[in-house]
Design a protein around this ligand. Structure first.
Ligand SMILES: Nc1ncnc2c1ncn2[C@@H]1O[C@H](COP(=O)(O)OP(=O)(O)O)[C@@H](O)[C@H]1O
Ligand SMILES: [Mg+2]
Length: 454
């Protein structure tokens, strides 16, 4: 596979610096900030980030924001200059499951890791869960206060509804959703109304518990009366959402995309999108939902954590086969079938920017409460995981936003009955190490200092 030429990097709408198609942009990128020897072989195929920087004050207009421009990451510096740089220090003591990928990234950058914390302040603090994992008063933290609350299923649905009311066409990438239990009667009434006006409408709905993840507690229904309001999981607040019945299939299987997005700053709003992500495949051939197959999770839910338990799950060391592949390998296949992958990528960029714009007001409230202006405190950045489904016509649909996308680069393998071992997952490693390493480069405090003194 040769992804460099097929990467959707040259989306005209979101691009400032063009490069000829097929140019080896990535080997250059892989050696940007570190000495060339620091990048291991194969790193040339790692994704680069698109930078989408909105000018301050433009937040009122989603349309204008969506036309934000992307820039290529800054250019290569000489090895001599790099040698004189003081080391960037990173506290990894709270990194939890990101630790492996973080360690590899730090080694590649030749930055200094503090696995047990440090008495002196560090430049960067890498938290595994939230901003509050530790009390930090300086430097940069890889979590925003309130992010987990802001992207929960109910809060996200509320924020999207507000924007859908204001800009219905701009925000038509999020399925119609209702909040349970408070909007149960509204849900029932609206569905009845639509069915009355359009008797051929035979919808399916997906119920997702608020704060759930990994497919936990999710179920499909055909009729609003099938909502389960009793039982421990079912009585939790939830979102009920129109189910996308005709997703794009590959090898007859449903799949979704996990895309990594860096929110580098809230004010001014700075968003980067990783060029490569993961595609997670179902493990049973897809059929449109019927009462008979509604409960078949391996057919309808793409979560890795569920499908790994199917006998059909295929672990593959290759990025373009198996049940977990790179997104670039999907684009590659779509492109070879003549699909307009530039348009798809540009639609994905718009979806990401508009979603973050919808979340920004709430995030700012949390930010100002935890890090009041004028008081000493850290600055924040965060990697988000966007779950996106493609329709048959390649339109991207947002399913959810994850505040803590898994950064694991290993998976469990059963060596013999009951004996498990963690083995490396090359697909995860390729994508996630690049995401973390490029994030670190983008928040490099030395780069900021140099910029400030220029
Ligand atoms: N509206 C929808 N239409 C079709 N499939 C959906 C929809 N929402 C979710 N799914 C499927 O269910 C999976 C889990 O949903 P998601 O919202 O990502 O919740 P979780 O936090 O449990 O991962 C998705 O990865 C996707 O395969
Ligand atoms: Mg998900």
């Amino acid at each position: 596979m040769e992804p460099a030429g097929l990467q959707p990097a040259d989306v005209e709408q979101a691009r400032e610096a063009e490069e000829p198609p097929g140019s080896p942009a990535l080997p250059t990128e892989a050696s940007q900030d570190g000495p060339p020897a620091a990048a291991p072989p194969g790193q040339g195929a790692l994704p680069e980030r698109e930078r989408v920087r909105r000018r301050a004050g433009a937040q009122g207009s989603a349309g204008r924001a969506a036309r934000g421009r992307a820039r290529r990451a800054p250019g290569r510096r000489s090895g001599g200059e790099n040698a004189r740089r003081p080391e960037v220090t990173v506290d990894t003591s709270k990194a939890k499951t990101s630790l492996e990928a973080l360690k590899i990234s730090l080694r590649q950058l030749r930055w200094k890791e503090f696995p047990f914390g440090r008495r002196l302040p560090c430049d960067i603090y890498w938290h595994g869960v939230s901003f509050h994992d530790n009390n930090i008063f300086s430097g940069q933290v890889n979590k925003f206060p309130g992010m987990m609350e802001t992207v929960r299923k109910i809060t996200l649905s509320r924020a999207m509804r507000t924007m859908q009311d204001l800009f219905p066409l701009e925000y038509n990438f999020y399925p119609r959703s209702w909040i349970l239990p408070e909007e149960l009667s509204l849900f029932v009434a609206e569905v009845r109304m639509i069915k009355d006006s359009n008797p051929s409408w035979k919808p399916t709905f997906i119920v997702k518990p608020d704060g759930g993840c990994q497919g936990d507690g999710i179920y499909l229904i055909k009729d609003p009366s099938d909502i389960r309001l009793t039982g421990s999981i079912q009585s939790r607040p939830a979102v009920v959402q129109e189910y996308i019945c005709k997703p794009l299939l590959m090898d007859k299987l449903k799949f979704d995309i996990r895309l990594y997005v860096l929110l580098k700053s809230l004010e001014p709003l700075e968003i980067y999108i990783a060029k490569d992500g993961l595609s997670r495949f179902c493990t049973e051939p897809y059929q449109e939902p019927t009462l008979k197959n509604l409960h078949q999770v391996f057919m309808h839910l793409t979560n890795y954590s569920l499908n790994i338990h199917s006998g059909n799950f295929i672990h593959s060391d290759s990025v373009n086969t198996g049940s977990k592949r790179t997104f670039s390998s999907i684009l590659c296949r779509l492109s070879s079938r003549g699909a307009d992958v530039k348009k798809l990528w540009s639609d994905i960029i718009s979806l990401v920017i508009k979603t973050i714009i919808a979340l920004t007001p709430e995030l700012k409230v949390y930010y100002q409460s935890d890090i009041p202006a004028g008081k000493p405190g850290p600055t924040c950045f965060q990697i988000l995981g966007f779950d996106i489904l493609l329709l048959k016509n390649l339109k991207p649909v947002l399913l959810e936003v994850n505040a803590n996308p898994s950064m694991r680069i290993e998976h469990e393998q059963e060596l013999s009955p009951g004996v498990f071992e963690n083995v490396p997952s090359p697909v995860d490693e390729e994508v996630k190490v690049a995401v973390i390493r490029d994030t670190l480069r983008l928040v490099d405090p030395q780069k900021k200092k140099r910029k400030d003194t220029q």
